[in-house]
Design a protein around this ligand. Structure first.
Ligand SMILES: Cc1cc2nc3c(=O)[nH]c(=O)nc-3n(C[C@H](O)[C@H](O)[C@H](O)COP(=O)(O)O)c2cc1C
Ligand code: SF4
Ligand code: SF4
Length: 293
């Protein structure tokens, strides 16, 4: 038996979930969706899992394009675990529809409410001290169910949410390609390059000692929360006025949203920056192996 769990993560919740589920399975490996799908097909796997955060009520765009290109054994036991903070929306239905085009049905679907990590917009909530232990308990239960090959219908969204998704979120998601425009890099940057290594989208390169954003950002927060100097900021301006600067409480949107004066950061406590770098290195390694033979 061979099991493979594909995960996408920014701040580690989904990587942690993939690890916990893999620990309950024989001969299981976890594979980052940073890899090229062609390098890591699931054609020889009996168990195939997908774990990812929810972005804007749906599956993260990089996870969608990964799954579209992934080859999967049609007879495998396939599961999905979504990691929303509160609203899962169509995150699991989206995967089901991608897989059904390949003739694959999801046998087991579940979600785990996790710490909300969109730290440029709000402080992490609920308190990680309370939410992480609850997340861990649910993950262990899910891992046991998957180890027993249980079947469970995927979480579905309400009709109202699907309607809102079509009428409101559709145009909003279109704007996501501009999601990294408001990022700033301050002079405290020490040119360490860590932000480029943790980015799951290869959206950052170092140029003249500073990270440069290349406009295929998932807004995953990895660069923001892992920068040792808190050098990465986020500013929205209207005309000459600064409307939002997540690093200070003085701008109007920060005041309205009640953000703390010093931005609070979050990374899953079981996952380190080195883990996030390693998953990029292993994706690159797999690519090199594939190219050489
Ligand atoms: C850009 C962005 C959009 C998000 N949208 C949602 C959402 O629609 N619903 C939700 O419940 N959580 C949302 N979240 C919270 C994440 O899904 C949640 O914190 C997740 O556990 C993060 O997983 P990770 O640590 O593996 O990156 C969003 C987070 C980000 C960064
Ligand atoms: S992680 Fe921070 S300090 Fe390091 S290069 Fe990136 S922005 Fe600069
Ligand atoms: S640039 Fe930053 S926020 Fe955007 S995908 Fe990369 S790590 Fe995530």
């Amino acid at each position: 038996m061979k099991a493979r769990i594909y995960y996408f993560t920014g701040t580690g919740n989904s990587m942690r979930a993939a690890r916990v589920i893999a620990a309950g399975l024989d001969n299981a490996e976890i594979v980052s969706m940073r890899s090229r799908p062609e390098d890591v097909p699931a054609t020889d796997c009996d168990v195939v899992g997908f774990v990812y955060p929810v972005y804007h009520w749906t599956m993260p765009a990089p996870a969608i394009s990964f799954v579209k290109r992934l080859e999967i054994n049609k007879d495998a036991y396939v599961f999905v675990v979504a990691m929303p903070s509160f609203i899962c929306g169509i995150a699991c239905e989206r995967l089901a529809s991608l897989l059904s085009k390949k003739g694959i049905r999801i046998a087991y679907g579940n979600l785990v409410h996790s710490v909300a990590n969109y730290v440029i917009v709000y402080p992490p909530f609920p308190s990680p001290k309370l939410r992480v232990p609850a997340t861990e308990r649910k993950l262990k239960k899910i891992a046991a169910e998957i180890a027993e090959r249980k079947h469970r219908p995927i979480p579905h969204s309400s009709r109202m949410l699907r309607w809102r998704m079509r009428s409101f979120m559709g145009p909003y998601l279109e704007l996501q390609k501009y999601a990294d425009n408001p990022f700033t890099v301050s002079d405290v940057c020490i040119s360490c390059g860590l932000c480029t290594r943790v980015c799951p989208c290869k959206n950052l390169t170092m140029e003249n000692g500073k990270p440069v954003f290349h406009h295929h950002c998932a807004n995953c927060m990895a660069c923001v929360v892992n920068c040792p100097k808190r050098a990465i900021g986020y500013e929205i301006t209207g005309g000459d006025r600064k409307l939002l600067d997540a690093s200070t409480s003085k701008t109007p949107l920060v005041k309205i949203m009640g953000l703390p004066p010093k931005r609070k950061l979050y990374r899953n406590p079981y996952i380190t920056a080195a883990d996030l770098c390693k998953d990029r290195e292993s994706a690159d390694q797999k690519s090199r192996e594939k190219n050489h033979g």
